[in-house]
Design a protein around this ligand. Structure first.
Ligand SMILES: [Zn+2]
Length: 248
């Protein structure tokens, strides 16, 4: 079911009939030929399927829960909704740049999950992957951070260099927005490095997580829920991917 959903996403993402073809398209649309996987963190059905998403899976050398329910703002705007809204905006802009876009899941399909192992497996069929989240930290903490994979022997050595380059491009793009500030509580200068995220450890393609703010902080929450800010954020993420791709 997941494979067919991913295939449907690929079909839906193919270029519109009006798109220019051939070398000209490559010049005009810098992500032509690039497959980008977007992983919207969590799923609206996770909370109702606790026993399934709490199941323990092998995330490389460690064991983790299959997935989690995610965070929420104090006014009840859930992380899964934010991640789907931002992911949809990013996908639209990526396709305009020529990319083929796949998702690890779409709204309500599947009804829960998928597990972090499956999210990584779907991402591995793309050229690059980005996982979109927002955090649930103490209310006084603010800001976004980008998470890159740590070195995990036998797992991440092959993706470290290009994942790090992607993390720097994404951090620079988000910082230049002067919207949600660089994190006051995680990582260093907006970049964290983690060995405990299955979605990163199991990736065979360059990948980062974006934690685009603290949902429990009132100022961050307002910006996270803003359609205008989401659109600015989507543009910044796509610009970062274009720069990363050009850098090789
Ligand atoms: Zn999350």
């Amino acid at each position: 079911m997941l494979a067919s959903l991913a295939a449907a996403a690929v079909v839906a993402a193919t270029s519109p009939a009006t798109a220019p073809a051939g070398p000209l398209a490559r010049v005009a649309r810098p992500l032509t030929g690039v497959v980008v996987n977007i992983d919207p963190g969590h799923n609206p059905g996770n909370a109702a399927h606790a026993s399934l998403i709490n199941r323990i899976v092998h995330a490389g050398p460690i064991r983790k829960a299959c997935d989690t329910a995610g965070a929420s703002t104090n006014t009840g705007y859930p992380e899964w909704k934010f991640t789907l809204q931002l992911s949809t905006r990013v996908a639209r802009r990526l396709r305009a740049q020529g990319a083929t876009v796949t998702f690890t899941h779409a709204l309500n399909t599947p009804a829960w999950g998928p597990c972090i192992t499956q999210r990584a497996a779907i991402g591995n069929r793309a050229d690059v992957a980005i996982s979109i989240h927002a955090d649930g930290a103490p209310a006084a903490a603010r800001g976004f951070h980008v998470i890159r994979p740590a070195y995990v022997p036998r797992y991440t050595g092959d993706i470290l260099r290009r994942s790090n380059l992607l993390a720097v491009q994404v951090r620079d793009s988000l910082r230049a927005l002067h919207g949600i500030p660089v994190s006051t509580y995680a990582g260093h200068a907006g970049i964290d490095t983690r060995a405990d995220l299955g979605g990163l450890t199991l990736s065979n393609v360059p990948k980062v997580f974006v934690e685009h703010g603290n949902m429990r902080n009132v100022a961050d929450a307002r910006l996270l829920a803003s359609p205008r800010e989401q659109e600015r954020t989507a543009a910044a993420l796509v610009a970062a991917l274009v720069r990363w791709h050009r850098a090789g």
